[in-house]
Design a protein around this ligand. Structure first.
Ligand code: NAP
Length: 487
């Protein structure tokens, strides 16, 4: 299958923090891929900005080096790289200072839609938004994109929202959660709302429980300072896992418009029941043969921050009453694997006595990584004579096989940047959505901080702490093996 490329209107894109890691590793390579695909119009202008004092030629050299570092040689013919770099220029601005803004204003075209991508620390969001506004650079149809983390708690998220909303309307603000740009995550909506097969079963009458797993095999070495202030709850659950839960649990929106979709997601967060302390397990990895302990990685032997968390949640509404949602995420686990498993209840009456032992039951498994795809675990008759024996098989669909490797290789950033340019906010978090997620997370974090609880230790390369296994076993259920190709 060949990807349809729908060109976008000419745009002026200003990237603040254009010399930083994210801009060099994701944003500019993502833009290059869209340019290579023919999606970027000839009139598009990309203006990099940061504190570093350099001219446009030096900035192009920096980005050329980034493209060479982060894109396979076969994907970046020299002439295309040169043509892409022609779209780039640089304006030197210290976000906290007053110089450079008029130069930026001059570089922008009056009739062209402006997008300001803030790939900088959130502590600079307010200062940049204010200067864009006071210097008359932001227009009524400009867009502003902000990176994660969007706040550290409800109070800081509200403060960020307030700072942005002083100068931009909500329809102009794009809060990035790159998980929402993943092809498989978007496919959750297509799977649920473009098929008639699943939706009639998508409720507590038929679904026993849902497991959402985002497992990483690496530790926090290299970003320990940041991570130790954050932990798995703030870094992963409050944003990424919460988004996945919302897409699985939300009611069908009446239309596929940004606000209809986001209205339904907010309702899921608001419907979450309070979580009992016993339904949360927090862990910290020990030292292993090839890795240091979490304490050593963050340089704090008294750290109480979790590198792993598992929890059982209940969505208190008619659709989901009685169906638990189990979430887990962590570092230094046995594999890098993310999936959502929707596990169905057994048939109401078993006509095959003694033939169902050991059967795990029907499950729809949506793999986010690696090998994005969908597996439906189904029971069939074991072939051959010898009576009616049952076995389970996988009806398996890999997106790469079905749609082509190149369609699946697009990075989330490519899609999200193009959505901003098109003015489509569907895959971006609305202010009230972020605040609702923090309002849910804050009391849980406060409770364990107040109890000054130490997370339980777990072995690197394992599936997490024993206590997390028990969390499932108590309900007579089992976690799926992490990263195992078993269905
Ligand atoms: P980084 O490598 O530290 O880059 C920060 C950028 O901000 C640099 O270009 C820096 O330029 C610029 N900057 C710093 N202070 C400035 C100031 N006062 N005025 C103007 N520019 C200033 O950070 P990063 O990793 O790219 O992350 C950027 C943002 O994306 C952060 O909010 C981060 O949390 C978020 N994020 C990053 C990743 C990632 O993978 N890197 C992933 C998700 C989210 P100078 O050095 O020239 O000052």
């Amino acid at each position: 299958m060949v990807a349809r490329v729908i060109p976008v209107e000419p745009f002026d894109l200003v990237i603040f923090g254009a010399t930083g890691d994210l801009a060099r590793r994701k944003i500019l390579p993502g833009l290059f891929h869209r340019f290579r695909a023919g999606q970027m119009p000839a009139e598009a202008k990309i203006i990099g900005s940061a504190r570093s004092d350099m001219d446009s030629a030096e900035f192009r050299d920096l980005i050329k080096a980034a493209l060479i570092e982060f894109i396979d040689e076969a994907m970046r013919p020299d002439d295309l790289v040169t043509d892409f770099l022609d779209h780039l220029s640089y304006v030197h601005i210290d976000a906290m200072g007053e110089t450079g803004w008029s130069e930026l204003k001059k570089a922008l075209r009056p009739e062209t839609t402006r997008t300001f991508y803030l790939s900088v620390s959130p502590s600079l969001f307010g200062a940049i938004a204010e200067r864009l506004s006071l210097n008359g650079i932001a227009t009524d149809d400009s867009r502003i994109v902000v990176e994660k983390p969007f706040g550290h708690d409800l109070e800081s998220a509200k403060a960020l929202n307030k700072d942005l909303l002083k100068h931009f309307d909500e329809q102009q603000i794009y809060r990035i959660d790159h998980y929402l740009g993943k092809e498989t995550v978007q496919n959750l909506m297509a799977l649920r709302f473009a098929n008639s097969l699943f939706e009639p079963l998508w409720n507590s009458t038929h679904i026993d429980h849902v497991q959402i797993t985002v497992a990483e095999s690496i530790g926090v070495a290299g970003r320990g300072g940041y991570y130790d202030q954050s932990g798995a709850m703030r870094d992963m659950v409050q944003n990424h896992l919460m988004q996945l839960l919302c897409l699985i649990a939300m009611e069908p929106p009446s239309k596929f418009t940004p606000n209809s979709v986001r209205d339904e997601k907010v309702k899921v967060i608001e419907a979450l029941e309070p979580v009992a302390t016993g339904d949360i397990v927090r862990g910290q990895y020990r030292a292993g043969r090839d890795n240091q302990s979490y304490f050593d990685d963050v340089g704090n032997t008294d750290s109480r921050t979790e590198s792993y968390i598992a929890m059982k949640l209940s969505v208190g509404n008619w659709r989901w009453a009685g169906t638990p949602f189990y979430l887990r995420t962590g570092k230094q686990l046995r594999d890098r694997a993310s999936e959502i498993a929707v596990v169905f209840k057994d048939p109401p009456h078993n006509i095959f006595p003694n033939k169902m032992e050991g059967r795990k039951g029907n499950a729809l498994i949506i793999r986010l990584q690696p090998d994005e795809g969908i597996t439906l675990r189904t029971t069939i008759k074991e072939p051959g004579p010898g009576g009616m024996r049952l076995t389970e098989v996988a009806m398996d669909m890999s997106f790469a096989d079905a749609l082509g490797e190149n369609l699946m290789s697009q990075d989330a950033y490519e899609r999200l940047i193009m959505d901003v340019i098109r003015g489509d906010q569907t895959l971006f978090m609305r202010g009230d959505e972020v605040e609702a997620a923090w309002a849910w997370a804050d009391p849980l974090i406060a409770a364990w901080e107040e109890a000054n609880q130490r997370p339980v230790p777990y072995d690197p390369g394992s599936s997490g702490p024993e206590e997390a296994l028990m969390l499932m076993h108590q309900g007579g259920r089992r976690w799926r093996p992490i990263g195992d190709q078993a269905f």
